[in-house]
Design a protein around this ligand. Structure first.
Ligand SMILES: NC(=O)c1ccc[n+]([C@@H]2O[C@H](COP(=O)([O-])OP(=O)(O)OC[C@H]3O[C@@H](n4cnc5c(N)ncnc54)[C@H](OP(=O)(O)O)[C@@H]3O)[C@@H](O)[C@H]2O)c1
Length: 301
């Protein structure tokens, strides 16, 4: 495979992608903010680390030299509270702009971006608008681009699922945000990695395409709780939680807690159904993705 730079390599999706590339005998270059931390998270010795931060343009110059393709997964996700050095706008929009600029200057040909299902224009300055602008920067970059928009991702320690399991373990009642009717189509992290590998292997077919990808089943938020309750063997009452009230609760938790269980940005995920065609992965990438409930059953979670 041509020379690849991965941003967000220490992240949930990035680290799974790096492991898969390494298992194929590749030696990807990884842009990381903290090499000590990266050495703990990634198979150091089997890849190349370059210290850098997408919000610091000068730090990107070395990282992009000699690179053919960038996989861009360095974003501040909606489940994270903004803090010093991790702002949605600064990282997701300016960071992407800096990366695109450095890539073009260094003659990089291609960029593959890990975005999110449902990305669309939002209010100025909002999390969603930042995600939308990041996509637009890439689409208008003149680079050969591909955007992958997964639904919520599951797998060992997946942030979305872990957050709900923690809630089941610790809370006496489970909040059905907006009635619990929002739909999700969870996709397995290894399947997302397979999709990225297929995109990397097929530059012409996947050029200038936005792929929305989800697993083989759709679940309402209520049903996700039901599946996780069954898997964990717990019993908890579920209560209707009006969206405006939960949004206020998220704002309060964000103001008071360093790692709030819910953020205002994450509430955006409950404002639309996080679904796509049920056969999106088979149609676009030729394989049947893992079932969420079967995964939980097989892994005895
Ligand atoms: N996980 C999901 O359920 C899911 C679902 C749908 C879409 N996605 C999308 O997939 C993408 C990756 O998500 P993820 O879950 O892998 O995220 P993640 O686990 O939060 O990882 C984010 C990565 O970005 C890096 N990063 C953050 N700010 C940076 C900066 N300024 N410069 C360089 N690196 C920076 C982090 O590095 P540090 O280690 O230094 O913090 C980390 O490696 C995101 O766009 C996300 O929205 C994820």
């Amino acid at each position: 495979m041509s020379s690849i730079l991965i941003t967000g390599a220490t992240g949930y999706i990035g680290s799974h992608l790096v492991a898969r590339l390494v298992s194929q005998g590749e030696r990807p270059r990884c842009l990381v903010r903290n090499i000590n931390r990266a050495t703990r998270v990634l198979p150091a010795g089997k890849l190349e680390f370059v210290a850098g931060d997408t919000t610091q343009p000068a730090s990107l110059e070395t990282a992009v030299q000699g690179v053919d393709t960038i996989v861009h997964a360095a974003f501040v996700t909606a489940d994270r509270k903004e803090k010093s050095g991790s702002h949605y706008e600064e990282t997701n929009v300016s960071g992407t702009a800096n990366l695109v600029k450095a890539a073009k200057a260094a003659g990089v040909k291609r960029i593959v971006v890990l975005s999110g299902l449902g990305t669309k224009p939002g209010k100025a300055g909002s999390y969603m608008q930042g995600r939308y602008l990041a996509e637009q920067l890439v689409i208008d970059s003149g680079l050969n681009w591909t955007i992958i928009r997964p639904s919520v991702v599951f797998g060992k320690d997946a942030p979305f699922i872990k957050g709900l399991v923690d809630l089941i373990r610790s809370a006496p009642v489970l909040p059905l945000i907006g009635g619990g009717t929002t739909l999700f189509q969870p996709i397995y992290v290894e399947d997302v990695a397979t999709i990225i590998l297929k995109v990397l292997a097929e530059p012409e077919r996947t050029a200038r395409k936005v792929y929305t990808v989800g697993g083989p089943e759709r679940y309402s938020f209520r049903e996700i709780f039901d599946v996780l309750l069954k898997a964990t063997g717990k019993k908890r009452p579920k209560v209707y939680a009006p969206t405006p009230l939960v949004t206020i609760g998220a704002a309060v938790m964000e103001a008071m807690l360093p790692k709030p269980p819910l953020t205002k940005a994450a509430m955006t995920l409950f404002s639309f159904d996080n679904i796509t065609d049920i056969n999106s992965v088979e149609r676009d990438f030729g394989f049947q993705p893992q079932s969420f409930s079967r995964y939980l059953h097989e892994h005895k979670i």
